[in-house]
Design a protein around this ligand. Structure first.
Ligand code: PHB
Length: 389
């Protein structure tokens, strides 16, 4: 008799514990944030983590009455690791959303997990055009290389640059940049005399730059991923390319705000096209740059940080609209969002799930002793040209 009562009480207690655990789960909105926090692309991880934490500090850690739980994981920029972590976050942690993705191969490796588990996946960094086509659950808040490359391909021939050599990192975004720059520049009457590709990891630019010097184009068009621009710029200067009258142009990845200020005079006058500069002239951006710096020892936010910050905005608003939902409902609430970002106006195209934003033409200038990408022209509301074919 006693034993039976004991068993009954235990059963009730276990049941109650189970229910309260389930309720605790239900009262959480979980974000699985996967970033390269170590290795050669750790600057991307650091920038995005800082931006995500800033967004949460400014907007609170509850949405629709649920506590937001951020689970940050380091994938060391290895695609098999990204995929395994994503699987664990979906199966064990039951996250509402996956986010981050510092490089194209990391996003592509994880796309099948999003599709199979119907988990929305917010790409905050990777920028190859085709990524959003790899899963109907992918939404992007970073940018695409075709978006960025066509801006400078329009600007260059109108500014005395007729012959160009392209130099890109040999993987998705580099190949997009090369292709879309070349197509538009040639259409505009320019000539691409050579197209060089360097390895993504540990590139030695010297032999490529020597080749460019011999070829004497008006300009070298460059795409290297965020973080790699300093090495390229240093070797560009050491080889005397600027002295030989070869200009440097590119997408804004090469004059990344994270490292621009330490590049020195060689960066002065470099013209690039991109969706974000830390010197973007708007009250919202000034507030963002200021708060970001205050929270991170004076660090300047780069375009990766903005992709992370806006990604959190898209997630929070979708979570609010669905009362902390998941799956297709959460995904649908991300589509079509329109808002003002530190970069300017942003629209998440409901058809493509890709970001639509302004592309700015910028020139590196010294202002109050610091180097900045100074925006001087705007191409409004640019959709990814990679989707129009
Ligand atoms: C990418 O791998 O998609 C990527 C990484 C860094 C960039 C741009 C694109 O600056």
């Amino acid at each position: 008799m006693r034993k039976r009562v004991f068993l009954k009480i235990t059963a009730v207690a276990v049941l109650a514990l189970g229910t309260s655990l389930a309720m605790a789960q239900d009262n959480l909105f979980k974000i699985g944030l996967i970033l390269p926090m170590s290795g050669p692309f750790a600057s991307t991880g650091k920038q995005i983590e800082a931006a995500v934490r800033l967004y949460m500090a400014q907007n609170g850690d509850t949405v629709a009455g649920k506590k937001v739980e951020l689970i940050l994981k380091d994938d060391t920029s290895a695609p098999d690791v990204t995929k395994r972590i994503a699987q664990e976050l979906v199966v064990n942690d039951k996250v509402n959303v996956l986010a981050g993705f510092g490089l194209t191969p990391l996003a592509l490796a994880t796309a099948p997990i999003a599709t199979q588990s119907k988990t929305p996946l917010v790409v905050m960094a990777a920028a190859t055009s085709s990524i959003t086509q790899a899963s109907p659950f992918i939404v992007r808040t970073s940018f695409t290389l075709p978006q960025a490359a066509v801006g400078i391909a329009d600007w260059a021939p109108r500014n005395g640059i007729k012959k160009v050599v392209t130099l890109v990192s040999d993987y998705g975004p580099g190949i997009d940049a090369e292709k879309f720059f070349k197509e538009r520049f040639t259409f505009n009457g320019g000539q691409v005399s050579d197209s060089l590709r360097v390895p993504l990891r540990n590139p030695d630019f010297a032999p490529f730059l020597q080749k460019v010097r011999d070829d004497k184009p008006d300009a070298l068009f460059v795409f290297v991923p965020s973080g790699a621009g300093a090495a390229l710029m240093k070797q560009f200067s050491e080889r005397g390319m600027d002295k030989a009258g070869i200009r440097l142009i590119g997408t804004g990845d090469v004059t990344d705000d994270d490292i621009l200020n330490n590049m020195g005079d060689v960066a002065l006058g470099v013209v690039t096209s991109h969706h974000y500069s830390a010197s973007h002239n708007s009250p919202l951006n000034k507030k963002f740059v200021d708060a970001f710096g205050k929270a991170n020892n004076g660090l300047r936010p780069n375009f990766m940080a903005v992709g992370g910050y806006d990604g959190m905005r898209v997630i929070y608003e979708a979570a609010k609209a669905t009362k902390g939902g998941r799956g297709e409902a959460l995904l649908n609430a991300m589509k079509g969002q329109i808002f003002e970002s530190p970069r300017g106006p942003v629209f998440i195209d409901a058809q493509t799930r890709d970001v639509v934003h302004n592309i700015y033409i910028r020139k590196v200038e010294r202002v109050n002793g610091q180097l900045w990408n100074q925006e001087f022209d705007t191409i409004k509301d640019v959709k990814d040209p990679g989707k129009a074919r």
